[in-house]
Each structure stands twice: as structure tokens, then as C-alpha cells.
Design a protein around this ligand. Structure first.
Ligand code: KIV
Ligand code: ZN
Length: 523
């Protein structure tokens, strides 16, 4: 490969999905994976197949249906993990197994309760085992930046000897500083001559806010794969943000001369999709994809931009797709055909029953709202996706709200068994009343952890998008709902979060049973 080409390895669906409260189902993961392929990422890390049957299914579905990028599955350096990952990525045109084991003494002593010698042997065996299934094998010495560089080099050399094609150096706990990280990679190049024959990769966490800076320092030290996630989501403070890294390489191309295969105009849409499906909002001032990233507030800046954009703009908003959808506007006279082509323009292929449902919801919305925009359509289509996957459904509700009496709610919920159950509750506020009425109807002791409501677009008739995180039996899960009525949006979000939480409770029980059988600790 060209020396100036940087491989973009997206881990939104694996490390990103490990963020607390995110629980994407297979349909949602597929939707994101298709969009990542449109974005032009080189590698999609689709999940951790041994973690649960749901993870396995999602990786398998992505490997089967998403074409273009390499599809990777993560595996600890255990034979069972590697076999499960191999099985999950088998149908991909270009499958990859990514296997890892820690090289830091902190992890070796306290977590693995093992020895350096044993870790070296396990790394070697894991890469050799993965190689027996696929040609493309990535190896990561976890917590490398807190490990002894000489020992990490020994492990990396063994992985290269066994045929690893990519060596990834994780700053697992986001501890490194840019110079230090670059120095670590340079030292590895000195200690492991074989490293020049494989792709060196960076994987940086953002605990000290340095994930992008460290990844960039790694690229300057010679790494040619960057592991990152959309909107920077991921374990704890998250991973390096894909959009920031890509736009850094793109905007400073003249100085750096580095290329990626990313279609930058797809960035804004991908960011919105991930935010909507993960329930993780994007902060307004977030670089590249925050809603203020291209807004000029001060008079001096506005004056400058009106005279000449480059006075205060280093990138064109259109280059990341911020303006791409503003031309799509439908109204109540728009027909099925107009809706279908607007959806296609937005990247959704909808036909048959799904188109009928989308059209019905579009008409309901167009009756209430003069102009239905691209943002509204995206919100409706993703909302349908969630509705399809939820095991509980909101049939109807009544809420009485008054400043003179406590608010009261009655709901009817369809259960996973198809039965319609009712519940009512007098709460502290209308939203509290409806949430507790849902608990009464379903006889679930769900605890609300977070509740947020946002407007999809501006204006009084805007769609409301509610986001709920709740906890059931120690499992937290998120759900989202969209409606012009914010109480309805809240109730939809709640029943979906409940569906996701129940799924996680069932998976946790299955995983615990499997672990008891295998006596191996969870990742
Ligand atoms: O942060 C980390 O070390 C990881 C590895 C599994 C690559 O996510
Ligand atoms: Zn990570």
C-alpha cells in the first residue's frame, strides 16, 4: 500500500458500543455498518463475538451484508474466543481477527494473575490459531503504554513471526502523552525489525483529552492505521474521534501529504445516525460535528466571514456534509414517490411494508408540520427501526396534567407475549406519571437513570426526540422515541429502553451460565 495512505479502522460498533448505556440491536448495528461503508472506512470492527449471542449475530450479519470494508471481530488470546470470532466473520469478503492480551505488569499481575512468560506464549499461540482461520490477523498488546517497552517488543516480535499483519498499540487507559507515545512506537520499530513489514496501528483513549493528539503523534511516528470511533464514543472517556482525525489529515493535507479513503461529505450524516441510535448526544461545541462547529457568533467573526470565508473558517461546512441535506423539504402534498427518493438521497433504501409505514408516519407528521425536513425524515426512519426491534410496544396512553391536581397517567402496553396490559399512576409530573404507569402495567421495577428531550429541528412544531436510560436488575439500557408530542416521545423511549434492558438481563444470565461452564472470566 501507498506509504501516505492512512487506514481508517472504525471501532464504533465494538469499543464505542462498550460505552455505558449503549445497547444497539442487530438492525441498528447493521444500519450503522452500512453507513460506515458509505463513509468509506477501511475496516469495521463489528463487535466482540464471544461476548454474547447478540454480539455474535450482529458481527455475522455485518460480515454477510456489508460490502467494501474489511470486517473484524475481536477475540481475547483464548482459543474459544478466536474460534467464535472466526465463525462470526467467516462470510465477509475480507475477514479479520483482532486478538489481544495485556503486556503491562499491572494487568499481568492483577487482572490476568499470570506471568510475562505465559503472556508471551499465549500471544504467540493466539496469533498462530487466528492465522489458521484467516490471513488478516491483528494483534494488540493491551495497556502497552504502561508496559515495559522491551517486553512489549518481545511479544510484538512473536506476533509478527506468527504472521500478524497489523500490530496495534493501545493506550488503553488514555495515559500517554503525544511525545511519549510517539517515542514508544519509534522504540518498537528499533527493537522489532519485522514491524516494518506489517501495518502499525494506533488505538488511543481520551481519558486526558489526548486521544486524537496521541493518535496523530503515532501517525507521525510511522503508524498507518488509526483506530477511532464516530463522535469519539467508547469505553470511559471514549476513543479518538474519527471525524477529528480524518478532518485533521484532510485540512492539513498540504503540510502532511497523508490520504484516507473517507468520503468526508458523509461525516455529518454518520455522526447524526450514531448519536441517534446510541442515545449519546453530540456536544454543541464538538469539533467537526457539533452544531456550533461552523457557526460564527461574534460580530467581528461574522463580519470577517461575510467579507471572506477564510478569515475565520479553516474548513468548508459542506466538506463534512453539514449542508448536504438542507435541500430536502417535503410537505403534506408530497407523495410516496417523493418520500422514497428523499429517503434514498438520505441513504435509506425503503420499500414494501417499510415504505408504507414510513409514508403513514410522514403523512401524520406533515399534517402537523408545514415542512418536513431531512432531519425529520432521518428521525422518523430510525425511530421505525427501533420500534421494529422493541419487544414491548406502547398501544395508547392518557395523561391528565393540571396545576391544581397531581398528574395522572394510564397506559396500555403490548408485552413480548402479545398480551395488552394496562397500568396507571399518579406521579410528580406527567412524565413521571407515565413512566411509573408503564412499570405498573409491565410489573417491572425499572429505575430511571437519565431522561432527556431534544428538538430534532427548530420551530414550535418540531419533532421531539426523547432519550431514556434506565436500569433493570443491575443492567442499564437506553431507548429513544420520536413524536411531535413530547409525552408520547418519552413513553416510546421508555418502553424501548425497557425492551433493551430486558434483552441485556437475559443475555447476562446466558453469559453467566456459559462462563460457569467454561470457568473463564468475562472480557
Ligand atoms: O483499549 C484497548 O486496549 C482495546 C483493545 C481491545 C484493543 O480496546
Ligand atoms: Zn479500546
Amino acid at each position: 500500500m501507498d506509504d501516505n495512505r492512512v487506514i481508517i479502522f472504525d471501532t464504533t460498533l465494538r469499543d464505542g458500543e462498550q460505552s455505558p448505556g449503549i445497547s444497539l440491536n442487530t438492525a441498528e448495528k447493521l444500519e450503522i455498518a452500512h453507513q460506515l461503508a458509505r463513509l468509506g472506512v477501511d475496516v469495521i470492527e463489528a463487535g466482540f463475538p464471544i461476548a454474547s449471542p447478540g454480539d455474535f449475530e450482529a458481527v455475522r450479519a455485518i460480515a454477510r451484508e456489508v460490502h467494501g470494508p474489511v470486517i473484524a471481530g475481536l477475540a481475547r488470546a483464548h482459543a474459544a474466543d478466536i474460534e467464535r470470532a472466526a465463525d462470526a466473520v467467516r462470510e465477509a469478503a475480507r475477514p479479520r481477527i483482532h486478538t489481544f492480551i495485556s503486556t503491562s505488569d499491572i494487568h499481568i499481575e492483577h487482572q490476568l494473575q499470570s506471568t510475562r512468560e505465559d503472556v508471551l506464549g499465549q500471544a504467540r499461540a493466539a496469533v498462530a490459531h487466528a492465522k489458521s482461520f484467516v490471513d488478516d490477523v491483528e494483534f494488540s498488546p493491551m495497556d502497552a503504554t504502561r508496559a515495559d517497552v522491551e517486553f512489549t517488543a518481545e511479544v510484538v516480535a512473536a506476533a509478527v513471526e506468527e504472521g500478524a499483519t497489523t500490530i496495534n498499540i493501545p493506550d488503553t487507559v488514555g495515559y500517554a502523552m503525544p511525545d511519549e507515545y510517539a517515542g514508544f512506537l519509534r522504540r518498537l520499530y528499533e527493537l522489532v525489525p519485522g514491524l516494518r513489514g506489517v501495518v502499525l496501528s494506533v488505538h488511543c483513549h481520551d481519558d486526558l483529552g489526548l486521544a486524537v493528539a496521541n493518535s496523530f503523534a503515532g501517525v507521525q511516528a510511522g503508524a498507518r492505521q488509526v483506530e477511532c470511533a464516530i463522535n469519539g464514543i467508547g469505553e470511559r472517556a471514549g476513543n479518538a474521534s474519527l471525524e477529528e482525525l480524518v478532518m485533521l489529515l484532510h485540512t492539513r493535507h498540504a503540510a502532511l501529504g497523508l490520504e484516507t479513503g473517507i468520503q468526508t461529505r458523509e461525516i455529518a450524516r454518520t455522526s447524526r445516525l450514531v448519536s441517534r441510535l446510541s442515545g449519546y448526544p453530540v456536544q454543541p461545541n464538538k469539533a467537526i460535528v457539533g452544531r456550533n462547529a461552523f457557526a460564527h457568533e461574534s460580530g467581528i467573526h461574522q463580519d470577517g466571514v461575510l467579507k471572506e470565508r477564510s478569515t475565520y473558517e479553516i474548513m468548508d461546512a459542506a466538506s463534512v456534509g453539514v449542508d448536504d441535506v438542507s435541500s430536502i423539504v417535503l410537505g403534506k402534498h408530497s407523495g410516496r414517490h417523493a418520500l422514497k427518493s428523499a429517503l434514498e438521497e438520505l441513504g435509506f433504501t425503503v420499500s414494501g411494508q417499510a415504505l408504507n409505514t414510513a409514508f403513514k408516519r410522514f403523512k401524520e407528521l406533515a399534517d402537523k408540520k408545514k415542512q418536513v425536513t431531512a432531519m425529520d425524515l432521518e428521525a422518523l426512519v430510525t425511530d421505525e427501526l427501533r420500534a421494529e426491534m422493541a419487544s414491548y410496544a406502547l398501544e395508547w396512553f392518557d395523561v391528565e396534567a393540571s396545576s391544581r391536581r397531581p398528574p395522572h397517567a394510564t397506559v396500555a402496553i403490548r408485552t413480548p407475549a402479545g398480551e395488552v396490559v394496562r397500568g396507571n399512576f399518579t406521579g410528580d409530573g406527567p412524565v413521571d406519571a407515565i413512566f411509573r404507569a408503564i412499570n405498573t402495567a409491565t410489573r417491572r421495577d425499572a429505575r430511571l437513570r437519565e431522561f432527556r428531550i431534544d428538538a430534532v429541528t427548530g420551530g414550535q412544531d418540531a419533532l421531539g426526540e426523547a432519550s431514556v436510560i434506565l436500569e433493570v436488575a443491575g443492567q442499564s439500557a437506553a431507548g429513544q422515541g420520536v413524536s411531535t408530542d413530547i409525552i408520547e416521545a418519552a413513553a416510546l423511549a421508555y418502553v424501548r429502553a425497557l425492551s433493551n434492558a430486558e434483552r441485556k438481563v437475559a443475555l447476562a444470565a446466558e453469559t453467566a451460565e456459559a462462563e460457569e461452564r467454561e470457568l473463564t472470566p468475562a472480557p
